[in-house]
Ligand binder design. Structure first.
Ligand SMILES: Nc1nc2c(ncn2[C@@H]2O[C@H](COP(=O)(O)OP(=O)(O)OP(=O)(O)O)[C@@H](O)[C@H]2O)c(=O)[nH]1
Length: 371
């Protein structure tokens, strides 16, 4: 993999929404559809019955073709069926910004993730695995389905749902069990508590900038992100406003490039409460041609290299959102990831810089990547 290979066209993130029967997946999906902040969301579900079709921007265009109807997606022997749906949803007419696939209650989400990663559809990019957990039924579900531990071990973000039904202490106990289910050597998934699936949609996708119907640049500018935050702080954020109340955010800007090794060390050890990171990174001589869009949901992390615009200032701009995080300390840690001095550009150094990008490039998904 070469740091200077050309970046891909914009791809649509595909998020897998998993969770056992009755945990609240559909409720969460409906919440996302109602609070989609101008985004066009495509969904693939087993059963359309409970989905609020009116809230779906794409219902008219793709019709029932997104419904699997005939049962469990993950039971399909090969990926061909999934690919057919993804093809419909990624067609130019649908103009989607994000696709959410609801894994059926008993399906193995890993299998679905593997199918997405193996998909030959060039328009999609895997966007992370979100597992919904019923806080009130956690022990009972786990007794009946011990495989839930396996799901929790691979989830990027766990939504601890139905917190209205259990007390704070019990929530914390369940959260500890979830953390303990992490695969050896891997940090536990980020856990976010919710009632009726009401998570901040921004944890999964960015609000759209354009009025509906127009083409938009999917990635927000740093100024937009800052404006969003300050509007919320001023109490003008509308519906999504109180969803943010429980979160801290850190805004970071640097005019000197980031050191790839140090930034990766920071990201690899990021705290569990950090649900979301977004923005752009300038790796300087690590890759002079591209800025790296950074997208993290829970422990899921992806870099997406894109060419710098003509005359665009080389700058790193990041927003981190989480709860129980120490914003000042995180800001300082990020500041410590900056390059100390601009090195002289000679051939040996270039090779060394390319090597230092390997840690970053592990998180760049290529169309030919497999699971
Ligand atoms: N009290 C309470 N009930 C909830 C919450 N979230 C969902 N429910 C209810 O739980 C039931 C199941 O929710 P669904 O969203 O249908 O769950 P699901 O995971 O999609 O279920 P399946 O499609 O059967 O796998 C519904 O009656 C919801 O209204 C919550 O946070 N608190």
């Amino acid at each position: 993999m070469n740091a200077s290979s050309p970046p891909r066209k914009q791809q649509i993130p595909v998020i897998v929404l998993a969770g056992f029967l009755g945990s609240g997946k559909t409720t969460l999906l409906n919440h996302l559809l109602r609070n989609r902040a101008g985004n066009r969301i495509g969904v693939i579900v087993n059963d359309f019955g409970a989905i609020e079709i009116d809230a779906m921007t794409v219902s008219g265009q793709v019709g029932s073709t997104v419904s699997l109807g005939n049962g469990c997606l993950c039971c399909a022997v090969d990926a061909s069926e999934l690919d057919t749906f993804l093809e419909t949803l990624t067609g130019p007419a649908a103009r989607l910004d994000v696709i959410v696939i609801e894994a059926s209650g008993l399906a193995e989400p890993q299998e679905l993730v593997r199918m997405i990663l193996a998909s030959e559809n060039p328009h999609i990019v895997y966007g992370g695995l979100v597992e919904v957990v019923d806080a009130a039924e956690f022990d009972a579900t786990r007794e009946r389905h011990p495989e839930i531990d396996r799901h929790l071990a691979v989830a990027d973000l766990v939504v601890l749902n139905k917190t209205d039904r259990v007390g704070h202490e019990e929530q914390t106990r369940v959260q500890d069990v979830i953390a303990a289910a992490a695969a050896p050597g891997r940090p536990g998934a980020a856990v976010i508590r919710a009632a009726y699936g009401r998570i901040d949609p921004e944890l999964l996708f960015d609000p759209a900038l354009r009025p509906d119907g127009e083409e938009k640049a999917r990635q927000l500018t740093f100024e937009d992100l800052l404006r969003d935050r300050s509007e919320e702080e001023a109490g003008e954020g509308g519906h999504a406003h109180h969803l943010h109340a429980a979160y801290d955010s850190v805004s970071f800007t640097a005019d000197v490039p980031m050191n790839p090794r140090r930034l990766m060390a920071f990201l690899d050890s990021r705290p569990q409460g950090l649900y979301r990171i977004k923005g752009f990174v300038d790796f300087g001589v690590g890759d002079r041609a591209n800025k790296y869009a950074l997208h993290a949901v829970g422990r899921f992390l992806r870099f997406d290299p894109r060419p710098w615009g003509r005359g665009e200032p080389r700058r790193t701009q990041l927003v981190l959102i989480g709860s129980g995080i120490a914003p000042d300390a995180l800001h300082k840690e990020l500041a410590d990831c900056r390059e100390n001095a601009a090195p002289a550009p000679d051939a040996t150094r270039d090779a060394a810089h390319e090597r230092s990008m390997w840690g970053v490039l592990r998180y760049v998904q290529r169309p030919d990547d497999d699971a």
